[in-house]
Structures are given as C-alpha cells and as structure tokens.
Design a protein around this ligand. Structure first.
Ligand code: NFS
Length: 649
C-alpha cells in the first residue's frame, strides 16, 4: 500500500479514530479513507446525475454537445429518473426491514415466534388503537395478529392510501391530497418507481419528481414508522438509559463481539444470550473475563436505546473497530456494512459473520439466522466468538483508550414523560418553551458519515453552533453516534454548550441538550415529535408551521435521500451538507430547492460549510417564528420554583 496522502487528524475528529487510522497505516491495512483518496477526481457525469444506463442503447452521457441520449431523453429526464431510483433504493431498504419485523410480530401472535415475545403490551395496544383497531378485551396475541395483518396491508395495498398517513396533522394530509402524492401500498410505490424509470415510460421530470415525494412518504410515514412501532412492541419502547460510546469500550480482557447493520431481531437475542450463565461460563473457561457486546451503526442505536449496550462507533468506524485487533467477531446483517470488511479482518483474527440470507459478503462466514430458533443460534454465535478469543494476537492489539458517557433512549413517549411526569405526560412544556423563546426551535440532525468530510466534523460543529443559539437538537443514526463520542449526549453538556434559555430548560428537566432518538428508521420518531408539537397547540396547524428543520450533514446513503424527501414532503425544510447527484439539471435543482417550497412549504438547501448551515437554519426557524407571531427575544430571567412548576417539571 502506498503512503497515505493525509495525516489521520485530517480524516477524523475523535482521538480514538485518529489512533486507529494511524494503526491501520502501520499495519498496512486498507481503509475506506485511503480508497477514497485513490478514487481521485470522481466521475463528473455521475456527480451531476447525467449518466443514463437505463437501457442498452447507452450508456449515454448528456453534455452540451449531446444534450439528449439516443432515445431523446434530456438532462431533466435523465437526472430525475436517476434520482427516483435512488429514493426507491432507500425506501426499499427501510421498508423491507419493517416487513421483516411485521412478519415476526404476526408469527408471535400465532405462537410461532420462538423465543420472541411482545415485550411492550401497552405499546401494542396504543399503536393498534391509533390505527382504529378495537383493542379492549382482546388478548395481546390476537391483537398482534390483527395489527400485523393491517401492517402487511400497508405494503400490499394497491389503491387505498396508507393508513399510517392518518397519523399526520390533518392539514398535512390535505396537502398530500391536493398534490396527489398520498401513497398507496409501499411495495407498489417501489415497483412503480422501477416501472416509471424504465426506458420509454415517465419522461416528464416534474411527474417523476412528484413520485419521488410520494414514494418517500411511503417510506417515512409507512415503512420507517412501522419499523419503529413494531420494534417498540417487540423489544420495548425506549426510555432514557446511560451508556458509553467509542472504540475505548472494547476491553482487552473480554471477548469482544460487535453487531453491525440495522435489523434489531438478532441483536436483541444476542443481548439476552450474552448474559446467559452458560455463555458467561464458557467465556471464563476460555480465559476471558466475560463478553463485551457493542454495536456499530444503527443496530448499535437499536440496542443502545433499549438496553444501554455501548456504541463502538459510527459508519466510518466499522473498519477501525477491527483494526484495534481486539474484536473476536463482527456480525453483519443488512445495510451500511462495507464489502471490504473481510479484507480488513484478514490482517487480524476477527471473524466477519453475515447473519442475513439476503446479505452475504464474499470472505465472510455466512450464518443466516432463523427467528424460530434465534436464542440458540445467538448462543452458538457467541460460543464461536469465544472460541476465537484464543486466536487473538496480543502484539496486534491496541485499543484506543477513548470513550464518552451518554444518555440515550428518547422516544416520543419518554420525552412526554420526561417533560410532564406520568400524570401530565405531554409536550406542553416544550411548546411553551418554544413560544416563550427559551427554545428557539428544534433541529433534527441525522444521517451518515462520508469520507468526503472529516469524520463527524460537520455534525459536531453544526451541533455546537445550534445549541449556543438555544436550538434543541434531536439526533438519530450515525449523527447521533457522533454526538455521543463528542460527549454531547449528557445533561452536563447543556452547561458547556447550550445558550441561556435552552440551558434553563435542560436543567429544569434534567435532560441533555441533544436527544438521541434512535436509528435511521427512527427518523419517523422525529415526524412523530413534530406532529405532537402541532397537536399540542400554539405553534400552528401544520408541520410546515412549526420552527423545526432537518439536516443531513455527512450523508452518503440512498436511505438518507429518502429521509430528506419525506421530511420535505412533510413540510420540514432540509439542509444537506453536500448536494444530491442532480446538478446536471437546472430544472430538477429548481424543483427541489424552490418549487417544493411552493407545494409543500419546505424544500432542500445545500450548505457545505456547517457555520453557514447554522445561519441558514436559524433564518428558517426565525421566519417560521415570525409567521407564528412569536419571534420576540426570550425574556431572560432566573427561574424560581413557580417557573419550574409552570414548566411542568
Ligand atoms: Ni442511516 Fe443507519 Fe449510518 Fe447512514 Fe448507514 S447506519 S440507516 S444510512 S451510515 S446513518
């Protein structure tokens, strides 16, 4: 491997990652960071969305000299079609994850769920009721069957709009009807996207882009929402938990097992099995002090939220975790698991095990797991990891000694409880704080890492800028893990980072200024939170009224594009840290950045500098506050006990 082109501290912010990148260089291990360098200048046609390989008269490239492909498609058609296919990929990924969980819910109802059970019956009843299913007096298992049937209908419905759309504010439902973008079944929306973008079908970029938003709504309000809801029913609605983040959570004296990917079913079983006395005993016999189970990416977020299991790292740390030389096994399932992992693992003793039949990786051990015998399979995987402990080479081990404490687990239910207690659980105190200006607005910072950006730097800079301006920050996905590593997910962070008003609220409630709301499918929780704000009253009738903004700073996946699109179609402006592959069509750019605003009350904005992004976000928030008539300066005063009671805490 040739010498790296950049020092490690220019590739990442956190010390653990910097040390691990240096170790990879010393160990001659290739990483995504270095592969990015070797890519050099990336394909200009790809970046602009102007390469069409939809039929085999091509591939055609649209240029000034050749403004049309062989079939006559122009830049607008080519760019819009490519964009729709990306959103189809992202929506399919979230929604297939949801489908697997719904199928499991149905099996549990039929008594065929193996060791899985309904862990949160109140959530089952609450959610069934929200879809109009009569739940009183119905045994939990029967209810599970009915709800699973209804949810499967959300995938298969042919013409009827999704039932999940009814969870949105009424005025927003009206916008979707008016624009004719209320989606029918999720599967149909994805299939139709592939049909529309086939050679010779939908050529009007506006019509194609409207389907982008229709499809994205099927993801956000449909697939992703269903994934979060069923996870809560099966594994428990998250409530605040303490834990730790970053590579320093790995331990020399334990067997270290990492779960990486997205679907929580197996990792839940691993969490249980790692506490099984038989497994603990087995680890001791192998000379280890026990097992450290930790996560990467969104699987990490799922088991963190419900069990406090530590976060080893976010997307760009998946390879770095192996480079520590201290990981016995990394289990991967679906999405965001790099195909290069087995190459990294070859330099150490780590076993990469792929646990999903739909996601095999060359060089990894394939062990697809089965829900009806998941506990036994989880145990045998852990035993296999323990057997690998003896193969660890102490000379290759260097665990960066850096980690940060955190509090996570902020579902909408837990936020309500936190704000109002069990008798007055509500968003009222939050709405009041926004109306009074103590909290200027709420921003959801979501999405990935991308080696095009120094790992976590945009996310962390933006977060700090916003906190200082009294913006409450909600996080999911790898962006949440970035904040965890930075130490921003603790109540104490409010003292260091939050502006006066936000600090007061955080202090009164005892909450961090950055709330970790879960994995990327849990972006649906952000929609849910924004809907709660609307229905609580005093901040407008629609999601496009409330001072809420979404940001995807270091995004890289198609899922992130789908998320951005359903935010915009829901009336929430979205800031991107770098643009989509659409700059080849001025019309598409205009549609996403300007016309979307006229249709949905929100649009996309690209800001490659985090400080500039912060200013743009504050401007959007202030404009919304202005329209609501609440854009006056916060009164600065010290809180006494009466104020606290009024805050409802
Ligand atoms: Ni979201 Fe979660 Fe991370 Fe990006 Fe990947 S893990 S689903 S896509 S990289 S945030």
């Amino acid at each position: 491997m040739e010498k790296s082109q950049k020092p490690a501290e220019e590739r990442a912010c956190d010390l653990a990652s910097i040390e691990a990148i240096r170790k990879a260089e010393a160990d001659c291990v290739d990483l995504s960071f270095f592969r990015m360098d070797r890519q050099g200048a990336q394909c200009g046609f790809g970046l602009k969305g102007l390469c069409c390989r939809i039929c085999h008269m091509g591939p055609c490239r649209i240029t000034n000299k050749t403004p049309q492909g062989v079939c006559g498609a122009d830049a607008d058609t080519v760019v819009a079609r490519n964009f729709l296919r990306e959103v189809a990929g992202g929506s399919a990924a979230h929604s297939d994850h949801a489908r697997h969980l719904v199928l499991l819910l149905g099996k549990i109802g039929q008594g065929k769920g193996g060791e899985y059970a309904i862990k949160d019956e109140p959530a089952l009843r609450r959610i069934a009721k929200s879809y109009g299913i009569e739940e009183q007096g119905v045994p939990a298992r029967d209810l599970a069957v009915r709800l699973a049937e209804l949810m499967i209908g959300e995938f298969t419905s042919q013409e009827e709009p999704l039932k999940t759309l009814k969870l949105a504010p009424l005025s927003r439902q009206g916008v979707w009807q008016k624009r004719e973008i209320a989606p029918a079944g999720i599967d149909r929306m994805v299939v139709e996207s592939m049909h529309r973008t086939h050679m010779g079908v939908d050529h009007d970029y506006r019509n194609v882009l409207l389907h982008v938003f229709r499809l994205a709504l099927a993801d956000g309000w449909g697939g992703s929402r269903i994934a979060s809801q069923v996870s809560d029913i099966l594994f428990g609605t998250p409530f605040p938990v303490r834990s730790t983040a970053n590579l320093g959570i790995l331990r020399e004296e334990t067997v270290n097992v990492l779960v990486h990917g997205h679907e929580p079913a197996l990792s839940e079983m691993l969490a249980a099995a790692s506490n099984d006395p038989e497994i603990k005993d087995y680890a001791k016999k192998a000379g280890a002090q026990g097992i450290t189970l930790a996560g990467i990416c969104c699987t990490a977020n799922e088991i963190l939220m419900r069990h406090g299991i530590p976060l080893a790292g976010n997307f760009l740390q998946q390879e770095l975790a192996i480079v520590t030389g201290a990981v016995e096994m990394m289990m991967i399932d679906v999405q965001c698991c790099m195909p290069g992992l087995p190459d990294v693992a070859k330099a150490y003793h780590t076993e990469i095990v792929s646990t999903s039949g739909i996601a095999k990786t060359a060089g990894a051990v394939s062990a697809p797991f089965h829900t009806d015998r998941a506990y036994d399979e989880a145990k045998s995987l852990l035993k296999r990891a323990i057997d690998n402990y003896g193969n660890r080479d102490p000379k290759k081990v260097a665990i960066p000694q850096h980690s940060s404490p955190l509090v996570a687990g902020f579902s909408v239910e837990s936020i309500k409880y936190m704000l109002g207690g069990s008798y007055r659980a509500s968003f009222r105190p939050l709405n009041d704080a926004i109306i009074q200006g103590r909290i200027r607005g709420v921003v959801g910072i979501v999405g990935c890492n991308n080696p095009k950006t120094k790992l976590d730097s945009y996310i962390n800079t933006l977060t700090k800028e916003l906190l200082a301006e009294n913006v409450l920050v909600l996080k999911t996905g790898c962006a949440a893990i970035a904040s965890a590593k930075e130490g921003n997910l603790t109540p104490e962070a409010a003292y260091q980072l939050a502006g006066h008003g936000l600090k007061e609220v955080c202090e009164a409630v005892g909450m961090p200024p950055v709330l970790h709301m879960g994995s990327c499918v849990d972006n649906s929780r952000l929609l849910e939170a924004a809907t709660e704000i609307v229905s609580e009253g005093g901040l407008g009738d629609d999601l496009s009224d409330v001072p809420v903004v979404g940001v995807a700073p270091e995004w890289m996946s198609e899922k992130a594009i789908a998320i951005g699109c359903y935010f915009v179609a829901s009336g929430i402006d979205v800031i991107l840290g770098h643009p989509f592959y659409v700059s080849g069509s001025d019309n598409v750019v205009k549609f996403l950045g300007v016309e979307a605003k006229e249709m949905f009350g929100a649009s996309f904005h690209v800001h490659e500098d985090p400080r500039e992004a912060a200013q743009a976000i504050l401007q959007i928030i202030d404009e919304r506050r202005e329209r609501l008539g609440i854009n006056r300066k916060a009164e600065r005063k010290l809180m006494d006990m009466k104020d606290r009671r009024e805050l409802g805490v």
